[in-house]
Design a binder for this molecule. Structure first.
Ligand code: GLU
Length: 449
């Protein structure tokens, strides 16, 4: 008997939860997409008949492995390594590696799923993947990080390659870690193919890659505001996080004449009523990238407020850029932002806003730019790094910045095309549908595989 291809959201989610028990981040990410895609799929019989959404929520492959390494005191340590190769319908697997002591497969499945849509939205031929380890880089010496990265790559290298899977950085994985892993990959394979992105400029890295996620986030927000007859200049903004994405978001916001009031780390947030200027941002960069110390030092140095263990969302401002980690804006945080008249919330991190938070923004008319659109600039310039490596050429900073701007503009156009309801742009819906279509078209073309 032929099964009906129509499926209700609650039935779809019940099946997903049964197959992936206890994985609440993954359930949350799929729900956020499925509630937009299922009604759309009903109107496109070909996607419905081919069960594309069901197939897209099942990763192509997951690799899990042991990573043994030796600490500075001569102790043997063991961690777990992962690579979730989610979908390669439109290009080789692509996505970052996260090192975080609390990392689980649940988080990586949500990130790999999201990455598939994000990479599709960039318009570049990139599939979706994510990986990492429960290794905690905090407080480790350079030598410990090096030994861990080399051991991690000693297993991962057999699963990746320039036409297969190209990892990059994410939380806890920056230039230092990518360099150690890339060095080991090159040694093991005796090839120079640029199989990781986010590399140093002297060995195949791309200009603008370090800045790309934060800059792209601001370019998209500028386009959103311009589309709604408004602009960035003169606005106030809340930024959370103080890592790569947050730093370059603040840097670009300053160029546009925005006053940035807050930044944060896992210990709390700083509130600088006078605004974080270029000199203060340089202090944050030194503090976080070189000294690897707590953000409270900023408060002591510049006489700003430090709110221990708190998040910045109750501070009144017109723009909010959550750039720390998933689920940092929950229902009450979203309510505080909406009540204080926030105009735009743009996700620099992946899934920082809960589904309840998104609903509050929808109801209050706060423009919400989801991560798969808003932070796609990072992976987009990774895609450009891959293109340069294949061409054995390097483009200039100016060329790359112009390409990044174009990609963010194109993402905005797709959101407007698929997310406009009664004259209002629902960026979440637009990004979900546009990201889905390209992958779905490829999967239909390949037939039943
Ligand atoms: N980790 C980043 C992201 O979430 C970048 C991934 C990449 O460059 O491959 O999109």
């Amino acid at each position: 008997m032929k099964m009906s291809c129509k499926i209700r959201l609650d039935e779809f989610m019940a099946g997903l939860i049964r197959r992936n028990p206890g994985e609440s981040d993954f359930h949350q990410a799929v729900f956020e997409v499925a509630r937009d895609i299922l009604p759309f799929v009903e109107s496109r019989k070909i996607y419905c008949d081919n069960r594309i959404l069901e197939r897209m929520t099942e990763p192509d492959r997951i690799v899990i492995f042991r990573v043994s390494w030796e600490d500075d005191d001569g102790n043997i340590r063991a961690n777990r390594g992962y690579r979730v190769q989610f979908n390669n319908a439109i290009g080789p697997y692509k996505g970052g590696l996260r090192f975080d002591k609390g990392l689980t497969l649940d988080t990586l499945k949500f990130l790999g799923f999201e990455q598939t849509f994000k990479n599709s939205l960039t318009g570049l031929p990139l599939g979706g993947a994510k990986g990492g380890s429960d290794f905690n880089p905090k407080g480790k010496s350079d030598h410990e990080v090096m030994r861990f990265c080399q051991s991690f790559m000693t297993e991962l290298f057999r699963h990746i390659g320039p036409d297969t899977d190209i990892p990059a950085g994410d939380l806890g994985v920056g230039g230092r870690e990518i360099s150690y892993m890339y060095g080991q990959y090159k040694r093991l394979t005796n090839t120079v193919t640029g199989t990781l992105t986010g590399k140093g400029l002297s060995y195949g890295g791309s200009m603008v890659r370090t800045e790309a996620t934060g800059y792209g986030l601001v370019y998209l927000t500028d386009t959103i505001l311009t589309h709604h007859g408004n602009g960035l200049a003169g606005k106030t903004a809340l930024v959370s996080g103080s890592g790569n994405v947050a730093q370059h978001t603040v840097e670009k916001l300053l160029e546009y004449g925005v006053t940035v009031l807050t930044m944060s780390d896992t210990s709390g947030f700083i509130y600088d009523k006078n605004g974080i200027d270029a000199e203060k941002l340089a202090f944050i960069k030194q503090l976080k990238n070189v000294e690897r110390k707590r953000i409270s030092e900023y408060a002591a140095a510049f006489g700003a407020e430090f709110h221990e263990g708190q998040k910045p969302w109750k501070v009144p401002a017109q723009l909010a850029f959550p750039c720390a980690t998933q689920n940092e804006i929950l229902e009450l945080d979203a309510k505080a932002l909406a009540d204080n008249g926030c105009l735009v919330v743009a996700e620099g991190a992946n899934m920082p806003v809960s589904n309840e938070g998104i609903d509050i923004f929808d109801r209050a008319g706060v423009l919400f730019a989801p991560a798969k659109a808003a932070n796609a600039g990072g992976v987009a310039v990774s895609g450009l790094e891959m293109a340069q490596n294949s061409l054995r050429l390097s483009w200039t900073r100016k060329q790359l910045d112009a390409k990044l701007k174009n990609i963010m503009r194109h993402i905005h156009e797709q959101c407007v095309e698929y997310g406009t309801d009664e004259g209002r742009v629902n960026y979440r819906k637009g990004a979900n549908i546009a990201g889905f279509i390209k992958v779905a078209e490829a999967m239909v073309a390949f037939g039943n595989c």
